[in-house]
Write a new protein. Structure first.
Length: 288
């Protein structure tokens, strides 16, 4: 019997099924052929049209595609990050300036940074998958409109993962590392798959089994590179300051550049998620 591939999650269903047995998306058999164009206005699928991302079998399968995606879509990533981060960085430097940070102010800034993350991540995932799916970059407004409905579940799942990871580090360091690696793909799971925030944590834990050493290796390499870039940008600003050039827009620009390159870790989580899905058999459910 002819099969129909779900345009959202990639699961193969019987063509007689009206909706996907995994994510509940209405099936459209006329678009089930491999490489066919998706219907206009459809959500991007994290499993279809992702030939740029190989199955995740080693750290290099995360590092290489992440570099490729980031470099190829640098301008798109810059625009998505800039519209959220720039106002925040300007507010931070103009309103707070050189004020001494107490715990309340630091907590407020940390919370605002996380809000920025929750806004940017769904829009960034949508934009990258749309580029891979159609070859055309979506508009910034389109990306953020799509991501708005994903924010509540994403934020709750991320907060729960941070709490569990923090508890792991407080009790014993090793469980903290295990939790942090196990929840690497909680963001794409929360954004693209159905279920609750707790389901997203459980699903991320299941998907990353057997891949955590590779995830650790890829994360370390990218983390080191991002740290080097941030240090270089900060060093340039420091040199200017030592030479009497203290210009706050320069400081803001440097921070925005650092924020843009920090998104490489966000891209890595998407690459790992898609790569792990691609290691599954084509007929296997993406939700175990």
């Amino acid at each position: 019997m002819t099969n129909a591939r779900c345009i959202r999650c990639g699961t193969v269903n019987l063509v007689a099924d009206e909706s996907c047995k995994v994510c509940g998306t209405e099936l459209r058999p006329e678009f089930s052929e491999e490489g066919s164009a998706p219907p206009a206005g459809s959500d991007p699928s994290p499993r279809a049209y992702t030939n740029d991302i190989p199955p995740f079998t080693g750290a290099s399968d995360g590092i290489g595609p992440t570099f490729h995606l980031f470099k190829k879509n640098l301008w798109l990533i810059t625009k998505i990050v800039f519209v959220i981060v720039a106002p925040f960085e300007i507010f931070k430097i103009v309103s707070i300036g050189q004020a001494e940070l107490d715990w309340q102010l630091y907590s407020g800034l940390f919370a605002l940074e996380r809000v920025c993350d929750f806004l940017i991540t769904p829009a960034l995932f949508y934009a990258l998958l749309k580029v891979m799916q159609t070859g055309t970059a979506p508009g910034i407004n389109e990306s953020y409109r799509w991501g708005l409905s994903k924010i509540p579940k994403l934020s709750l799942a991320e907060i729960l993962s941070w709490i569990l990871t923090l508890i792991g580090f407080v009790l014993l360091i090793v469980p903290g590392f295990i939790f942090s690696l196990a929840f690497t793909v909680v963001a794409p799971v929360a954004i693209f798959e159905k279920g609750s925030a707790v389901d997203a944590l459980r699903r991320s834990w299941q998907l990353t089994k057997g891949h955590r050493w590779n995830i650790l290796g890829a994360s370390i390499v990218l983390g080191v590179l991002i740290s080097v870039i941030s240090a270089a940008v900060t060093g340039v600003v420091t040199i200017f300051a030592l030479n009497g050039i203290a210009f706050w827009p320069l400081t803001v620009a440097a921070q925005i550049v650092s924020d843009i390159f920090a998104r490489a870790l966000t891209v890595l989580s998407l690459v790992i998620y898609v790569g792990i899905l691609r290691t599954l058999e084509s007929g296997q459910s993406v939700i175990e």
